[in-house]
Design a protein around this ligand. Structure first.
Ligand SMILES: *Cc1c(COP(=O)(O)O)cnc(C)c1O
Ligand SMILES: [Zn+2]
Length: 502
């Protein structure tokens, strides 16, 4: 539909203009800082930052009902800048002009209802939100679109030039960072730091293909994070980890999309996400709270964060019911198939603590929960999901295992509807599926394959069949029909097929 055909009340708002006043706010000392420079931690106290809109009147002078209409009409626009996460421009990055926005196809990922069989197994109605269908095949593209659009804006304004973007990664952050940076070359170059042998071959191929400088170092993700923190403190580099508050802002789009896809009805809804560095769960809570405060949604959905018992610092923190007695203690991670979430000292922990408290207060009840699952449960649920039409990654398996656990524990009401985050595409983590099918998980994973979930290819080459086609020498005539008959017969036997009776 052409904008000129939109109703008048929509026409005035459907194309957003850059305005608003974003500032960094410190979660430690509450100081505020302007956004014309790139900041990752508070220059005064060193704590992490979030971005805050200092002109909330712009939002509140429009009713929730009108906002809903604006977003629904924006679905019909064909302007690239507004096709992705910036459909919610006023909530995502109101200061970023449309011509600075980088759109590579991120956001608005499918929400797919599980079939009756799988819902029966999980004992609840649920949908997967397939964030693996983002351009670099994980949700990290949401935050990168935001961070790189902002950096692009700073470049266009002349505040910065020739940016070297840098990040530590469990695999997906570097894939997304390298992809978005490559779109903005030559103004932005990227370097990524990965824990050697702790990312999958697919994930390693992504930043290499995007032309980033890739460094593998000994250690785990938490060690890589320390190195990029050192680099960003001492050298002129742009840090693209979720320590960067612009990443969090972009990832809030996940919540806005869920709200819009369920017609803004968040009553009896449960949103399930895996927790690694805890940027995503921070963003998911922040997003729903912003929509709630703007009157766009009337209820805050229940939030379930999930961790593997091999990397569970957030779960352990919330085991203590008395909030004054809680102490955050980083853990040493053990090998996990949910490798993208294998983090013992999450950078966003102070943000989580801050957001959880506010979320529960706004909900008038405890509405955020963290559950723990085993490596075995993660693999079994992932494989079961994918045998029922999904494309869940191991972290998506972790989410579903967490939902089933939360239902079994009575945390989640069986009458509710859950939206489960598959944070990446199954193909990025298919190596773990191979290890399961071939029963070759090292002991530390504590995974025993279930017979009914194992699958293998079978080679069909009858020993009496000597003449087989090759690319250089295809078969013809009688030889070809003999080959086709023999092979078909063998396959029919293996499939227990009976011939047609004429
Ligand atoms: C980064 C990542 C996570 C963890 O998200 P955090 O924001 O670090 O908590 C989970 N799954 C996948 C696939 C990821 O790439
Ligand atoms: Zn501070």
């Amino acid at each position: 539909m052409k904008t000129s055909d939109f109703p008048q009340d929509i026409k005035d708002h459907v194309i957003p203009s850059d305005q608003g006043e974003l500032v960094y706010t410190c979660l430690g000392c509450e100081a505020e800082f302007g956004i014309s420079r790139l900041l990752y931690v508070c220059p005064d106290c060193g704590q992490v930052l979030l971005l805050k809109d200092n002109k909330p009147e712009r939002i509140s002078k429009i009713t929730g009902k009108l906002w809903r209409k604006i977003f629904d009409y924006r679905k019909m626009l064909t302007i690239p800048a507004l096709k992705g996460i910036y459909r919610y421009h006023e909530f995502i990055g109101p200061v970023v002009p449309l011509d600075s926005i980088v759109y590579l196809g991120e956001g608005h990922t499918p929400i797919v209802e599980a079939n009756a069989f799988l819902q029966d197994k999980a004992k609840i109605r649920f949908f997967y939100k397939n964030d693996g269908q983002n351009p670099s095949a994980s949700f990290k593209d949401r935050g990168m679109a935001s961070a790189l659009s902002y950096i692009n804006f700073l470049i266009q304004k002349g505040y910065v030039s020739d940016v070297l973007a840098i990040c530590a990664s469990t695999g997906d952050t570097s894939a997304a960072a390298a992809l978005y940076a490559s779109y903005l070359q030559p103004h932005i170059k990227s370097a990524v730091i990965l824990p050697s042998k702790k990312v999958t071959p697919q994930q390693l191929s992504q930043p290499l293909g995007s032309g980033a400088q890739v460094f593998e170092i000994p250690g785990v993700f938490d060690d890589c994070m320390k190195v990029v923190e050192e680099l960003s403190a001492k050298y002129p580099v742009a840090l693209l980890n979720s320590k960067n508050a612009w990443r969090i802002l972009g990832q809030e789009s996940y919540s806005y999309e869920i709200a819009q896809d369920f017609e803004y009805d968040m009553q009896s809804k449960v949103v399930v996400v895996p927790i690694g560095n805890a940027g995503n769960i921070t963003a998911v809570m922040s997003g729903f709270m912003k929509f709630f405060e703007a009157g766009i949604i009337d209820h805050l959905p229940q939030i379930i964060g999930v961790q593997s018992n091999h990397a569970n610092p957030v779960f352990r923190y919330y085991l203590e019911p008395d909030k004054d007695k809680r102490r955050f203690v980083p853990v040493n991670v053990r090998p996990s198939v949910a490798q993208a979430a294998m983090i013992g000292n999450p950078v966003s922990m102070p943000r989580v603590i801050n957001r959880v408290e506010k979320y529960n207060a706004l909900s008038n009840k405890k509405n955020v929960f963290v559950v723990e699952v085993s490596e075995q449960e993660i693999m079994d649920w992932e494989l079961l999901a994918n045998r029922n039409g999904h494309i869940a990654c191991t972290q998506g398996g972790e989410s579903l295992a967490g939902l089933a656990k939360a239902v079994a524990l009575g945390i989640v009401d069986k009458q509710a509807t859950a939206i489960v985050d598959s944070t990446a595409h199954a193909l990025k983590f298919s190596g773990f599926q191979d290890m399961y099918f071939e029963n070759r998980f090292p002991k530390e994973f504590e995974i025993t394959p279930r017979e009914d979930l194992i699958n293998h290819p079978r080679l069909v080459h009858p020993s009496d069949l000597t003449n087989v086609p090759t690319p250089e020498k295809p078969l013809e005539g009688k030889e070809l029909s003999h080959y086709v008959e023999r092979i078909s017969h063998e396959i029919a036997k293996l499939l227990n097929l009976e011939k047609h009776h004429p």
